[in-house]
Design a protein around this ligand. Structure first.
Ligand code: UD1
Length: 346
């Protein structure tokens, strides 16, 4: 029986991953710090009948103890989201990068050679784009002047025509544009270096916009799905920024959990990254409408507001995960939002 250590296994995604691994016949144990950004009260002693040890991935001794008898580590523990301000920069780097460094060093010492890493689509920065006349393009960050004028779509650097979103594959250039994004990419780099030096293997799963039961409520660390869900629950209309036409791939957390099971079962060797996405992109406006519909209103309002750090479109290619891990998402946005509308948040 494969023994899997899930770091962050008491959190939103980690608890679904734990349950899916246990259901797939793995022995699972959890190391979770109970970080206040993710947990209000004390941690449960078990998640899906798997024991929870309270401990921080930066604590060498706690990690060494947790690794005893483990075959694979599924590393979900991290600080997520955009955060409050630059004051929390050391907290991001400490949790995400120092934490990963300690984990990798202790895995090497304990002879644990397999890692599944929760990465993120934020490593790409903007998604991929194409101009009808000039082919693939990598636009610069959008300017305040363009955004304020309601010109939300990036334009071709040559002819100025509006670019079309294209599928982002794992080979796309990596261009983190936030502290969080920089820490996720650093995790990938550290894991790749560890795999080269130790002969171990890493599957990095680049999650797109994850939503589903147990998602944290509206906090500075929340993505748009949690913000809309919290607004609707309070009887407020979801506020859709820009013109609502920005595209994302909203992937249900149970599909993300299945991708982790597939990653534990596969062992491609070395370091390989995979998009974890539904493969059926939606605009933020469509997502808001689907969720508002499922919750019985109020209908979303499109505000034209913008956030400077936001990228316009990130549309994932799910192909590599399908070909190499046999992973295909099962839940489309309509069914997923109906489920999400009824689900409990944390
Ligand atoms: C989000 C996460 C990111 C994570 C990634 C993949 C945050 C803040 N961002 O990135 O950390 O790695 O998913 O899972 O957690 N919007 C509105 N109204 C709102 C809030 C947002 O319309 O009230 C719009 C934004 O302008 C943006 C889109 O929704 O266009 C997505 O926003 P958000 O979920 O915050 O960020 P992502 O870039 O998708």
């Amino acid at each position: 029986m494969t023994h899997v250590l899930v770091t962050g296994g008491a959190g939103f995604i980690g608890s679904h991953v734990t349950a899916a691994l246990a259901a797939a016949g793995c022995k699972v144990s959890i190391l979770d710090s109970g970080h206040p950004a993710a947990h209000q009260g004390p941690l449960p002693s078990e998640v899906a009948d798997s024991p929870v040890t309270v401990g921080d991935v930066r604590d060498r001794e706690a990690v060494a103890r947790a690794l005893a008898g483990v075959d694979v580590v599924v590393h979900q523990a991290a600080m997520v989201g955009m955060g409050v301000d630059l004051d929390d920069l050391p907290e991001y780097v400490g949790n995400n990068d120092l934490g990963t460094a300690v984990l990798l060093a202790e895995m090497h010492r304990a002879g644990v050679a397999r890692l599944v890493l929760a990465s993120s689509m934020v490593v790409y920065g903007e998604g991929a784009y194409e101009c009808g006349h000039h082919g693939p393009q990598r636009p610069m960050p959008r300017s305040v002047a363009h955004l304020a004028a309601g010109e939300f779509d990036p334009a071709c650097a040559v002819c100025g025509e509006t670019l079309r979103p294209a599928l982002v594959s794992e080979d796309a250039p990596l261009e983190p544009r936030s502290v969080y994004a920089a820490t996720k990419l650093a995790q990938e780099h550290l894991a790749a270096a560890w795999a080269r030096q130790s002969g171990g293997s890493v599957v990095a799963l680049r999650y797109h916009n994850v939503y589903g039961p147990g998602m944290p409520r509206d906090t500075p660390y929340s993505g748009v799905a949690a913000i809309f869900r919290s607004a609707l629950e309070a009887g407020r209309a979801p506020r859709v920024f820009e013109d609502g036409g920005q595209r994302r791939d909203f992937v249900h957390v149970s599909d993300v959990a299945r991708a982790n099971v597939a990653a534990v079962e596969a062992d491609p060797g070395g370091m390989v990254a995979y998009n974890v996405a539904s493969g059926r992109p939606a605009t933020v406006g469509e997502m808001a409408a689907a969720l508002a519909g499922a919750m019985g209103g109020p209908q979303p309002v499109t505000t034209g507001e913008f956030r400077l750090g936001d990228v316009r479109h990130v549309v994932a290619s799910p192909q590599r995960a399908a070909d190499e891990l046999g992973f295909r998402a099962e839940i489309d946005i309509t069914a997923g939002m109906i489920d999400f509308a009824r689900a409990a948040l944390r």
